[in-house]
Design a protein around this ligand. Structure first.
Ligand code: HPA
Length: 285
């Protein structure tokens, strides 16, 4: 086989693997969700509230890998929120777990083939901007990919999208506005900001946070950006919401620990859930 032929094999592979995963999910549910939600650390509980829900453990979906991180359940939950059909990832997989970004973003590819048009990405993040204190919510206006890798590296399958996708508006401005408006209605303080993604899993040093602040980052985390890049390439509308679970290293004196991240996630969950309900009810499609 020539180099070109084997490249084409690899291309059709990702697409057909995503088709297979989509087929498995379709066989288990009847709902036609146009909205998918990725629930980050400590935020997975939202999926427990879905009406008429069907849960599918990732192990039962070909191509999906399982989350090894504490606080990530590892199943897909299909159901309804305010009568709107949605699919949620209760727990995501991360690059730091050792998976490739193709594996990390495989569910997003699958969602596209299932007909999902809008992707809501949530995460736990450290606050760099001093206004972003523990428990605050930030709408992602843009990102800095500092993971050192890009999920689109490697052969490109045009059926998913272009080789060199434009990234000048990854996060839908319209959806950002919608969040700000709905949050105001609920009396929940939300501000826009730039999310920087690092590979992890160690938290940052104060010097790294100092550098990130100088580059314009408002919050820092270890996820979301790969999913957003892939979703954007496929033409999805994206909304990103960070739950600030701690102040970043050196911003506060306190050391950062995963338990605190999880606890804050859970504490903010009720507010975020309320906000998500209202957003989903108002989203087109
Ligand atoms: N840094 C990176 N990722 C995080 C943090 C942090 O401070 N908090 C939650 N996720």
């Amino acid at each position: 086989m020539s180099g070109k032929q084997s490249e084409q094999m690899a291309q059709s592979d990702l697409y057909s693997r995503a088709e297979k995963a989509a087929h498995t999910i379709r066989a288990r549910t009847t709902a036609q969700a146009r909205i998918a939600i990725v629930l980050g650390s400590g935020l997975g509980g939202f999926a427990e509230e879905f009406a008429d829900s069907v849960s599918i453990p990732y192990q039962q979906i070909p191509g999906f890998v399982t989350s090894t991180a504490v606080g990530h359940a590892g199943r897909l939950v299909c159901g309804k929120v305010e009568q709107v059909p949605v699919i949620a990832m209760q727990g995501r997989v991360h690059y730091y777990e050792g998976y490739s970004l193709e594996q990390v973003t495989f569910p997003i590819r699958t969602f596209k083939l299932l007909g999902v048009e809008t992707l809501i990405l949530t995460n736990a993040a450290g606050g760099i901007d001093v206004q972003l204190t523990q428990g605050a919510l930030m709408v992602i206006s843009d990102h800095l990919n500092l993971m050192g890798v890009n999920p689109l590296r490697g052969p490109n399958d045009e059926r998913f999208g272009p080789r060199f996708p434009d990234m000048s508006e990854v996060y839908s401005r319209e959806l950002q506005e919608l969040v700000i408006e709905e949050a105001r209605g609920l009396g929940v303080p939300v501000r826009r900001g730039i999310y920087a993604a690092l590979a992890g899993p160690s938290y940052e040093t104060p010097a790294e946070i100092h550098m990130l602040r100088a580059t314009g980052a408002d919050a820092v985390g270890m996820s979301t950006v790969p999913e957003a890049i892939v979703a954007r390439q496929m033409g999805m509308k994206i909304l990103g919401i960070s739950c600030i679970t701690n102040m970043a290293a050196g911003i506060s004196e306190n050391p950062i620990n995963h338990e605190e991240v999880m606890e804050t996630g859970q504490r903010v969950r009720a507010t975020l859930t309320q906000l998500l309900r209202r957003l989903i009810a108002r989203m087109p499609g």
